[in-house]
Design a protein around this ligand. Structure first.
Ligand code: G4P
Length: 533
């Protein structure tokens, strides 16, 4: 098969949702429809149960599960589908943001009773930053939920994206009868059957078909006609271009638990979703069909065996063909590496692969050479852009409890931050270390892993920082700012200067006093010029 055909075959996406909306259930059903698994219950939830937030063993167990479900690949209708898993727990949101840099599109899952929830909004922000195409699936229609029009209004308002329903529900909860597919003009009737994956589709000759009354009832047919007239009046016709540019999100309704609407979703996904896209580097766009291989690391997972410090780096292939045992250029280190055991993840099985193509994600065994954002190429010296760091929300100072183990602590914290577990800011002189995270859970993970993997003990002292802001702009102004506010300016792991502002007021004051400096709340500004080193 030619490189073009391999690219054309692939669809790489992520499912994002607020915890409990049904992501695990939907993933499993997609695998079931794709024939990758034979029975429900095979996909373990990667969520950390709410009650277990301080249970280390639970965290460890979940880390194991999340390696297994990091990438789930399966074939469906001659396409190779790669689902990249995103952690459901909000404390691991940063992981999800990074995974979103490695997908070409997303399916956003909404619970029909809860509508748009906090985490959904933040995840959509990240999608909007890169104009990622989004398909929305409104789940749990077998349960009482909100009015469909209200839900659509809320989606548009809170997610700042236009929507276009491609299916329309007939009733909800106890009265749910199924959906009318606006794309194909047929009825998909709901039977509440959790085991049967065949669908019960009835062709009707458009909405005027008189059998509609017989099938769903007179009142329901009248209501359906009325609602669809309204849908057609309110929402612009669906075009694939508007979806691909990230402007309009098509919406489907269903019930993942009952296998309902899942095949419809999968079929439409195959039809409209993008093939692997090109990606920006500091030397311009790299297209997937460039013959030379390139890829970037978006996730690093420490191995479960604490005695061996090897890790798995997850590499998204961006162009050309990756081959086992061929030397590639690790651009940041300017060093050549070859990989004897690159793995792919077909459903639940890991297997060694000989080659992989754009859109694929492979696991590379690593002994500490990779950082998140690293680029591998077949010769090229460029780096991929846009693996952002976001300002953490919780800051604590890391205090070493055992001076004899300083080296171990230094090494451990460096490796953990390379993995992306947390962000590290260092104040000089004094080498004071501030750890920044999006959730409390990471501090427990760090303390635990430093102790068990590196033999270093530590404790944390909370700090009242409001935001970490990366600074760019006039060099003289930055130096002046640094001199005056030295106790609030630290460097990040790449030696970028970061202002740790104690309050929104102090940040606003700094912005007013130093108009020549831009204070960034994400390191995404690097996309504009600076390279990730
Ligand atoms: P998550 O990964 O997004 O966190 O959600 P998950 O799939 O684990 O689903 C959360 C709960 O919602 C589960 O119930 C699941 O069975 C249920 N669910 C998912 N899809 C549907 C649906 O279409 N209809 C209905 N009625 N429920 C749905 P649970 O009781 O929390 O877990 P479990 O004991 O069933 O596993």
């Amino acid at each position: 098969m030619s490189l073009e055909q391999e690219i054309e075959k692939r669809r790489t996406f992520g499912i994002i949702s607020h915890p409990d909306a049904g992501k695990t259930t939907l993933t499993e059903k997609l695998l079931l429809f794709g024939g990758a698994i034979q029975s429900a219950g095979a996909v373990k939830s990667n969520k950390i149960k709410k009650t277990a937030t301080s249970d280390f063993m639970e965290i460890e167990k979940q880390r194991g599960i999340s390696v297994a479900t990091s990438v789930m690949a399966f074939n469906y209708r001659e396409k190779q589908i790669n689902i990249l898993d995103t952690p459901g727990h909000k404390d691991f949101a940063e992981d999800t943001y990074r995974t979103l840099t490695a997908v070409d599109s997303v399916i956003l899952l909404i619970d029909c009773a809860n509508g748009v929830e906090a985490q959904t909004e933040r995840l959509m922000e990240v999608c909007r930053m890169r104009n990622t195409p989004v398909i929305i699936f409104i789940n749990k229609m077998d349960r009482e939920g909100r009015d469909a029009f209200d839900l659509l209004d809320e989606l548009e308002e809170k997610l700042e994206i236009k929507v276009r329903p491609l299916s329309w529900p007939i009733g909800i909860g106890a009265t749910f009868q199924g959906v009318y597919n606006l794309h194909r003009n047929n009825l998909n009737l709901f039977s509440g059957n959790k085991t049967n994956i065949e669908k019960d589709v009835i062709s009707v000759d458009g909405l005027e078909d008189a059998t509609l009354e017989e099938i769903i009832g007179e009142e329901e047919a009248a209501l359906l006609r009325e609602e669809i007239e309204l849908v057609d009046g309110v929402y612009d016709p669906f075009t694939r271009e508007n979806y691909l540019s990230g402007e309009v999100a098509p919406v489907f309704f269903g019930s993942a638990l009952n296998n309902f609407g899942v095949q419809e979703l999968l079929d439409s996904f195959i039809e409209i979703s993008p093939t692997p896209k090109g990606r920006e580097t500091d030397e311009g766009l790299v297209n997937p069909n460039d013959s030379k291989f390139s890829g970037f690391v978006f996730k690093i997972h420490a191995n479960l065996d604490p005695k061996h410090r090897d890790r798995i780096a997850f590499l998204r292939i961006c162009s050309g063909k990756f081959e086992r045992n061929k030397f590639y250029n690790h651009v940041r280190m300017d060093k050549k590496f070859k990989f004897a055991n690159p793995t792919s993840f077909l459903a639940q099985d890991k297997s060694v692969i000989d080659e992989a193509f754009p859109g694929d994600v492979i696991g590379l065994y690593d002994t500490g050479n990779f950082k998140i954002g690293d680029t591998l190429t077949d010769g090229g010296k460029y780096m991929f852009k846009g693996i952002p760091s976001f300002s953490p929300e919780i800051f604590k100072e890391l205090v070493n409890d055992d001076p004899m183990k300083s080296k171990q602590l230094e090494k451990g914290i460096k490796q953990l931050t390379d993995e992306g577990v947390a962000q590290l800011f260092i104040f000089q002189p004094g080498n004071r270390k501030i750890i920044g995270t999006v959730g409390e859970l990471q501090f427990e993970v760090i303390q635990y892993r430093l102790q068990y993997e590196y033999g270093a003990t530590c404790h944390f002292v909370p700090k009242r920082y409001h935001k970490a802001c990366w600074m760019t702009g006039d060099e003289e102004a930055i130096q002046d700012f640094f001199k005056r506010k030295a106790s609030y300016v630290a460097s990040d792991k790449d030696d970028n200067l970061v202002f740790l502002a104690e309050s929104p007021f102090l940040l606003a004051q700094a912005e007013a006093d130093y108009p020549k400096i831009t204070f960034h709340k994400t390191s995404e500004f690097k996309m504009e010029g600076k390279t990730l080193t």
